[in-house]
Each structure stands twice: as structure tokens, then as C-alpha cells.
Write a protein that binds this ligand. Structure first.
Ligand SMILES: [Mg+2]
Length: 120
């Protein structure tokens, strides 16, 4: 499944549930260090985003702390190897993928046409 960092942090205790029940799941977290949906709306309105930016939590380390796998994916060329390793091992893991907080998702752009989406 795919999740945002803010979303995962709101229900991070579920990582313990996943471990305890031996659930097989790969959680890929797109980590922009903020509540992404909020920062783009705030910026579009010319408002401060400071209340929606919380910094990048090391979610791979958090996952390992809960007793499941955790990887920081900072090079997309690692995806093939990590996928093969996860498929062979099974279990549960969080892949923490740092992303830019300047690129707005297509979903947000469609819902809020006034919001741009710099491609950097
Ligand atoms: Mg986020």
C-alpha cells in the first residue's frame, strides 16, 4: 500500500498490530516531511504552511523499532533489488521514500485547479 508520512504518523501504532499478527504487507511511504495536501492549499492561498510542516521522520527506523522491516529508498534504482528481497522474505516492511514538498499530486491539482505543481 502507499501512504503519506503524515498519514502513517497518525496511525503509527498499527505497525505493532501488523507485527503482532504477522501480517504480510509492504507500506511505501511518500515522505515530504509535511501534510502534503495541506501545504499546497496553504501555499496557493499565500498562507503560511508552518503548521503543516513537521520535518522528515526516519520512518524506516520507526518501522524497525516496531519489529518489522524498514528501508529508506533514496535511489529508485534500488527498487528492483528491494522488491526481490521483500518478495523472497515476506512479512511486513515500511519503505520510506523521500519526496519533494514542491511537487503537487495530480489529484490535488485536479481538485484545486489554482494550485500549480512545479516539476522539480
Ligand atoms: Mg506528507
Amino acid at each position: 500500500m502507499f501512504d503519506g508520512d503524515g498519514s502513517l504518523l497518525m496511525h503509527v501504532q498499527e505497525l505493532e498490530t501488523i507485527r503482532r499478527h504477522g501480517i504480510n504487507i509492504l507500506i511505501v511511504v511518500l515522505n515530504d516531511g509535511a501534510y502534503g495536501s495541506e501545504i499546497h492549499k496553504l501555499r496557493a492561498e499565500g498562507l503560511s504552511d508552518s503548521g503543516a510542516v513537521f520535518g522528515r521522520t526516519d520512518l524506516a527506523a520507526v518501522a524497525r523499532g516496531f519489529g518489522i522491516g524498514g528501508e529508506t529508498v533514496s535511489d529508485l534504482s534500488d527498487i528492483g533489488r528491494l522488491t526481490a528481497e521483500f518478495s523472497a522474505r515476506g512479512g511486513a516492511a515500511v519503505w520510506d521514500v523521500p519526496i519533494s514538498d514542491r511537487v503537487c499530486s495530480p489529484v490535488i491539482r485536479r481538485a484545486h485547479p489554482g494550485i500549480g505543481g512545479a516539476a522539480h
